[in-house]
Design a protein around this ligand. Structure first.
Ligand code: ADP
Ligand code: MG
Length: 648
């Protein structure tokens, strides 16, 4: 007896999107079903290495297609791992993948079919894509090693039927009751041999198991010796034909493979519909024998920042597929790399635990990093434009390496591109920055902030601008994380213009400025003390500096203090951040200071003075893009002063 179950809400939403899909490339449903069948075959083989009972079940792994043009059905069948009742509920009744909620939302919001297509392609909506072309889907399945078979069936209306089934052999058959052919919406006649041939050739050629279709041919009848008879009647013969080439493209010499074949392989692997930006292939012998065929996509996938999403490269051992997204082969900051690594040395029954300590794996990993960084370096040197497009897509991810992979920092840093005050449009490398450094300039200066515009208008830059000293503008969230741990490049220290004291200019200039500052500091001593007292709970020091040329005030930190952006990020992540008091720097040549001094000398109790202290502090916070602890209070003070100014 079959029972009716409801799909999980998210699964239902995704199903609805499929049933009413405007996405015109409906052909991909077959790619998805074949890829599930192929996965199921791999799973059975891997499982049989752990479970001896399953060993005899691993026969010849095959995927069979069968089409009935009169009954308008198409089925995809495998002799893989199969599913039991629980599996069917968990795998076909819900979306278990992380990030799927976001995906469904993205898909709902996607504008037009092109954008939907991109998303569907990247996520590989999988099994549910069947409902783009079928109005009823039946799954007959039996889990390897179990007695009971199961039948699952749905019309995509929000519920499915699940009950005991009759299937004899382990594995799964998915049968689609096809919708009517409709060229306009992309529903072709998927029962036609040539249509199936074309789709398999396009999307599934590299699947490592045979995809078999019975082909009917009219042949002349043959005589007893097997020779066609001259005047015999034609007879129908059925031959099983393998539609895919299954070739392991990475084992062929690179020069024998066309660009198009490489690109097709990449698309097969990633479900991306664009060609990759970069290809990296290499063969290693000696300590560890392995090959790699890696790609940098043209566009960052939407789930690059979901921790649990599947990224990275597939591991093969002697041409046999072992696993997707083998994390041990690739550091996390290179997770945008796609492709295949094939090892000659590892045992086929390798487990996750062994992977983590295996000597070969660590050799391969080092080699992968070396090759990827090498290819990026070459691109930077030889094709700057291409490198910039790479950087725009993957720069923020790549920069994670600067704090995750200290050992490789010296190879990573030269590959980092920066916005800089040097140019409004062009990016710069650190080496290029150093070439432009002024005589006597000792450090590489930078400032972090929310975005380029906010950083550029920050008061901290004023004296650097006035002196024509270049400052790097760091506005990716990740910059806050790596900058504190990278201290120098080519022996030049990296120095934040928002921290510490500034000492620009020649020795003579510095000396003169210092003296002037000292003098002012003495002259305004009691005013500074008053300001310090008023703001004591928020600033650790009030001092004059040469950092400012136009603004009256700014906030700075000590060299190893957190930046306000980092503080905000930590708070947003729910972490306790100790309140760090910063230093309020004042511009001694600003007229406001002169006025304040006069007022203070006339009457040290003047109530306007504490207001002024608050406003100086508040505007310093705002000018660097920070958040005021009490914006309402600040606004009230400001209005009061505006009124005063207007009333004269
Ligand atoms: P994905 O393949 O990305 O996990 P799908 O929607 O394509 O997502 O499939 C969902 C799940 O259903 C699979 O992960 C698998 O566990 C199960 N499944 C689908 N098809 C088969 C099959 N032919 N044999 C065994 N399990 C299958
Ligand atoms: Mg799938």
């Amino acid at each position: 007896m079959a029972r009716t179950y409801k799909f999980q809400t998210q699964a239902r939403e995704l199903l609805d999107l499929m049933v009413y899909s405007v996405y015109s490339n409906k052909d991909i449903f077959l790619r998805e079903l074949i890829s599930n069948a192929s996965d199921a075959l791999d799973k059975l083989r891997l499982e049989s290495m752990r479970n001896d009972d399953l060993k005899p079940l691993v026969g010849a792994p095959e995927i069979h297609l069968s089409a009935d043009s009169k009954g308008r059905t198409l089925s995809v069948s495998d002799n893989g791992i199969g599913m039991n009742e629980e599996d069917l509920k968990a795998f076909l009744g819900t979306i278990a993948k992380s990030g799927s909620r976001e995906f469904v939302n993205l898909l709902k919001e996607a504008k037009g079919s092109q954008e939907q297509a991109e998303l569907i392609g990247q996520f590989g909506v999988g099994f549910y894509s069947s409902f783009m072309v079928a109005d009823r889907v039946v799954v007959e399945t039996k889990k390897a090693g179990e007695e009971q078979a199961w039948t699952w069936e749905s019309t995509g209306d929000g519920t499915y039927l699940l009950g005991k089934g009759e299937r004899g052999e382990h594995g799964t058959t998915v049968t689609l009751h096809l919708k009517d052919v409709d060229d306009e919406s992309g529903i072709r006649d998927f029962t036609q041999e040539w249509v199936l041939r074309e789709i398999v050739g396009k999307y599934s050629d590299f699947v490592p198991h045979p995809i078999i279709l019975p082909i009917e041919r009219q042949e002349m009848a043959k005589d007893e010796e097997g020779n066609p008879m001259e005047d015999g009647e034609p007879v129908t013969v059925v031959k099983a034909e393998t539609l895919n080439s299954m070739k392991a493209i990475w084992t062929r010499p690179e020069k024998d493979v066309t660009e198009e074949e490489f690109n097709d392989f990449y698309k097969h692997l990633t479900h991306d519909f664009q060609d990759p930006m970069l290809r990296i292939s290499s063969k290693a012998e000696g300590m560890s024998e392995h090959r790699m065929l890696l790609f940098v996509p043209t566009k960052a996938p939407y789930d690059l920042f979901y921790r649990e999403a599947e990224h990275g490269v597939d591991l093969y051992i002697r041409r046999v597929f072992i696993m997707h997204d083998c994390k041990e082969l690739l550091p996390f900051y290179l997770r945008f790399i796609k492709g295949v690594v094939d090892s000659e040395d590892l045992p086929l029954n390798i487990s996750r635990e062994i992977l983590q300590q295996d000597r070969h794996i660590s050799i391969i990993r080092k080699n992968v990093i070396r090759k990827v960084l090498g290819a990026l370096k070459t691109t930077l040197e030889e094709d700057r434009k291409k490198y910039e497009t790479f950087w725009a897509q993957f720069g923020p991810v790549f920069k994670e390496g600067l704090f995750q992979d200290h050992a490789n920092n010296k190879d990573l840093l030269p590959l980092v591109l920066f916005d800089s005050t040097h140019s409004a449009t062009e990016k710069t490398t650190l080496a290029e920055y150093i070439e432009r450094m002024k005589e006597g300039q000792e450090a590489i200066y930078y400032l972090t902030g929310k975005n380029r515009q906010a950083i550029e208008s920050s008061p901290h830059l004023e004296s650097f601008k006035a002196r024509g000293i270049e400052v790097l503008l760091l506005s990716d969230a990740v910059d806050e994380l790596w900058v504190p741990s990278v201290h120098e490049f080519q022996e030049k220290p990296l120095s934040s213009v928002g921290k510490g004291t500034v000492d620009l200019g020649s020795e003579e200039e510095k000396k003169k400025e210092e003296e002037e500052l000292k003098e002012k500091q003495t002259q305004f001593k009691s005013l500074l003390e008053f300001l310090q007292k008023t703001l004591d709970d928020r600033v650790k020091e009030v001092r004059f500096s040469t950092r400012l040329t136009e603004s009256p005030s700014c906030l700075v930190g000590e060299t190893y203090d957190m930046t306000p952006q980092l503080e905000q990020m930590m708070k947003a992540m729910g972490q306790d951040v100790p309140v760090a008091k910063r230093i309020l720097e004042l511009n001694p040549s600003h007229p406001i200071l002169e006025h304040l001094e006069k007022r203070y000398q006339a009457n040290a109790e003047d109530p306007d003075l504490s207001d002024a202290a608050e406003l100086l502090f508040g505007q310093a916070v705002l000018a660097e893009g920070g958040q005021l602890p009490d914006p309402g209070e600040f606004a009230r003070r400001l209005s009061k002063w505006m009124l005063k100014a207007m009333e004269g």
